[in-house]
Design a protein. Structure first.
Length: 277
């Protein structure tokens, strides 16, 4: 539907990512595959000091980022229903790892599209959002417009860069490089409706196994961005992963703001005319 609304008459089903963080092992194969396929420059290879992570976060030179989140957690059976194993708390309430491969969300209602003055950002026939680097003029309007802080500018020329969901691969029937490289199928690619159904089933399985904290993020078409094309299964609150708990399309108030500005302009014009008489 989003592709049709964008003018694609012959679009197929919307495609997207489902990232199941409960099986992410932090190998960063997705980061490497993304850089290799898309010729993304290195991001410094600096040790961040935040756990075993050397890529800090998403940016113009990091289109996939695997977060390493360390938590001290109560022992199993201490009231939260979390068993040991599967990357969850070890016996005795020791350190647990939460690992998650973050990426552009390819929002249904994408504020970056709303504010781009050149058409560099566009909606593809797969329902994804892509930046055309040769059209981008480096204005940077899309950077603060993104509610997830995904879009970033390169210092060399000011142009913005982000995940394209491997648009070139999709056009020839290939899956994105990151999903292809993921050894545990933490990153799954496919038709968005099918992925949402499978994700809901996965949450039920985890709940039956006692993982009470399992929940989906970004799958709800009724949320503040109309649902996302890349959504996640999380094992804790979104804030723990550095994700906004209630994202909202940042351009939602623009129509009312323009109306108020027009009313104010008319009132000012009327005042000037009245004063001139």
């Amino acid at each position: 539907m989003v592709a049709t609304d964008a003018g694609w008459a012959d679009s197929g089903p919307r495609m997207g990512f489902f990232t199941d963080t409960s099986v992410c092992i932090g190998c960063k194969a997705c980061e490497v595959a993304c850089k290799e396929w898309n010729h993304v420059p290195d991001d410094g290879l600096r040790f961040s000091g935040f756990s075993y992570d050397n890529s800090w976060g998403l940016g113009a030179d990091t289109w996939r980022h695997v977060a390493f989140i360390e938590q001290r957690h109560p022992a199993p059976g201490a009231g939260d229903g979390l068993p040991a194993g599967d990357g969850l708390p070890a016996a005795g309430g020791e350190l647990r790892w939460l690992m998650s491969s973050d990426v552009c969300k390819h929002c249904t209602r994408a504020a970056c599209l709303d504010v781009c003055p050149t058409g560099a950002l566009f909606r593809t026939e797969f329902g994804t959002v892509v930046v055309q680097s040769d059209v981008c003029n480096g204005c940077g309007y899309c950077v603060p417009a993104c509610p997830y802080g995904v879009i970033d500018q390169r210092k060399e020329d000011g142009r913005v860069w982000k995940c394209t969901l491997c648009y070139d691969r999709l056009k020839v029937g290939m899956e994105p490089a990151c999903a292809k490289a993921c050894p545990t199928r933490s990153i799954q690619f496919g038709e968005l409706d099918v992925l949402r159904a499978e994700a809901a089933d996965r949450v039920e399985v985890l709940h039956r196994r006692g993982v009470a904290g399992a929940r989906l993020y970004g799958d709800d078409p009724g949320d503040g961005v109309g649902g996302t094309g890349a959504f996640f299964l999380l094992l804790d609150e979104p804030e723990v992963y550095g994700l906004p708990p209630e994202p909202v399309v940042t351009t939602r108030d623009l129509p009312s703001m323009w109306k108020r500005a027009a009313v104010a302009a008319l009132a000012l014009a009327a005042t000037v005319v009245a004063a001139a008489r």
